[in-house]
Write a protein that binds this ligand. Structure first.
Ligand SMILES: Cc1cc2nc3c(=O)[nH]c(=O)nc-3n(C[C@H](O)[C@H](O)[C@H](O)COP(=O)(O)OP(=O)(O)OC[C@H]3O[C@@H](n4cnc5c(N)ncnc54)[C@H](O)[C@@H]3O)c2cc1C
Length: 413
């Protein structure tokens, strides 16, 4: 029977950062993963380029995770972005910032980010075991004593870090296995739904716009009496929407559907213009250029294909501005301000980049990432009920929480 100080379940960014922290601080450490490669999902991130962080300062960074974002205050303090930038540079990976916000490795290879962490962790003494899955966390007297693997082997350790990720992207190793382990320990889990996924709608005409990108749109959904919306670039697809605004709203939409509510989403194609501004614009155009086609007037302020389709659906083809009544202008302005779509079905985990849901945060100590229920068990990364927007949030959180868990497990906090 092998014995370690720290066993880490999962070789994603959380597990690798945890392994590096624990081994560098003198703990004998092993990283287990059921996959046949280390950090398989990490290597596919950012279209294979790995958007591993962003330039937001900690408070703004945490705010992007919603009202529980402050949970990671200690993790970001113990393991800030600068720590990882420095580490990557020492391992020969030059980071670069795109669009003034997103960090990528300059050579555009996600696998090099994985290799850098793995190299550093191994140099520090961490061992790895592939094609090995943790089947059970062994507990005696409320304390962790080891892990039983799917092959029936037992590894002894007083600290186990569950960095098993979530259920998104099963083809890249996404699984509920870590959540099941947490449940067996008595932890509550908020039911996972797909997030950072496309939104599918029941309005077939939308397929005519497939491929269109609106650089700045707002997509919203009603959650009870609250209107939740996301703003950003939006891509029309054959079945609905993708792009940051849709990806970032998808978790909320899927949860509304899970709770049995019929779901409508609302699109504002011109989020800086209020309904009244739009009405004024239409009436103004009617007076200034009455013989112009209404769709051409609209195309001056929004994408032409969308302008044409909206005008055609509302007023028929070749509709001139002079024919627009005040009531028609109101109707069109209202539609542009709040265009409704019916969500046809929730996105699947195969389509998702992350899981919304996971191990309840109130059962985890944010200062050590240790379970409040079982001593010696720690959590890190996406397995926790904390998911950020697209754009380097989730990997940075996985790295920071992983490092904090590793430091705590090695007893160096
Ligand atoms: C296509 C795609 C692109 C993405 N792009 C980005 C991006 O550019 N930027 C960003 O910030 N985020 C991105 N994400 C999200 C990001 O990949 C995850 O949030 C991140 O990998 C979570 O890290 P983790 O270490 O917690 O989990 P994971 O990376 O999922 O790693 C968990 C590991 O645990 C292993 N495991 C599972 N069960 C067990 C068990 N029982 N025993 C032992 N090991 C187990 C799994 O095999 C897996 O290797 C993307 C996701 C996808 C799917």
């Amino acid at each position: 029977m092998e014995s370690f100080d720290v066993i880490i379940c999962g070789s994603g960014p959380a597990g690798l950062a945890a392994g590096l922290a624990a081994a560098s601080n003198g703990a004998s450490t092993v990283i287990l993963d059921p996959n046949y490669v280390i950090g398989r999902k990490l290597c596919a991130t950012g279209n294979g380029r790995c958007n591993f962080s962003n330039t937001l300062p900690p408070l703004k960074f945490m705010a992007e995770f919603g009202r529980h974002g402050r949970f990671m205050t200690d993790a970001l303090r113990a393991a800030p972005r600068e720590f990882f930038l420095d580490l990557l540079q020492k391992e020969g990976i030059r980071p670069t910032v795109e669009n003034e916000i997103h960090y990528f490795p300059m050579n555009g290879r996600a696998s090099d980010v994985r290799d850098a962490f793995l190299r550093a962790a191994k140099r520090a003494g961490a061992e790895t075991r592939l094609s090995v899955s943790a089947r059970r966390i062994l507990v005696e007297d409320g304390k962790c004593v080891g892990v039983e693997t799917d092959g029936g082997e037992v590894f002894k350790a007083s600290h186990v870090i569950l960095a098993c990720g979530g259920t998104a992207a099963p083809s890249l190793g996404g699984t509920a296995s870590g959540l099941e382990l947490a449940k067996e320990l008595g932890h509550g889990v908020r039911e996972p739904v797909a997030t950072l996924a496309p939104i599918h709608v029941d309005d077939p005409w939308i397929s005519e716009l497939a491929g269109l990108t609106v650089p700045d749109a707002e997509l919203g959904v009603m959650v009870g009496t609250r209107h939740v919306s996301m703003r950003g670039s939006l891509l029309f697809t054959h079945t609905g929407f993708s792009g940051p605004a849709a990806l970032n709203l998808s978790g909320t939409v899927n949860r509304v559907l899970l709770e049995g509510e019929p779901s409508h989403i609302f699109l504002r194609v011109l989020p800086d213009k209020k309904e009244q501004n739009l009405y004024d614009y239409l009436v103004d155009e009617r007076e200034k250029v009455p013989d112009h086609l209404l769709k051409n007037s609209l195309a001056r302020i929004m994408p032409r294909s969308l302008a044409s389709l909206v005008c055609e659906r509302l007023f028929g083809e070749d509709f001139h501005s002079k024919r627009l009544t005040n009531a028609g202008a109101h109707e069109l302005a209202h539609l542009l301000d709040r265009m409704p779509f019916t969500v046809s079905k929730p996105a699947t985990m195969d389509e998702a980049m992350a899981m919304d849901g996971g191990v309840l945060l109130k059962e985890v100590d944010p200062r050590t990432m240790e379970s409040r229920l079982v001593k010696g068990v720690h959590f890190a990364g996406e397995i926790l009920d904390l998911t950020g927007a697209t754009g380097g949030f989730n990997i940075q959180f996985a790295l920071s929480s992983g490092r904090l868990a590793g430091l705590a497990a090695a007893g160096t906090l």
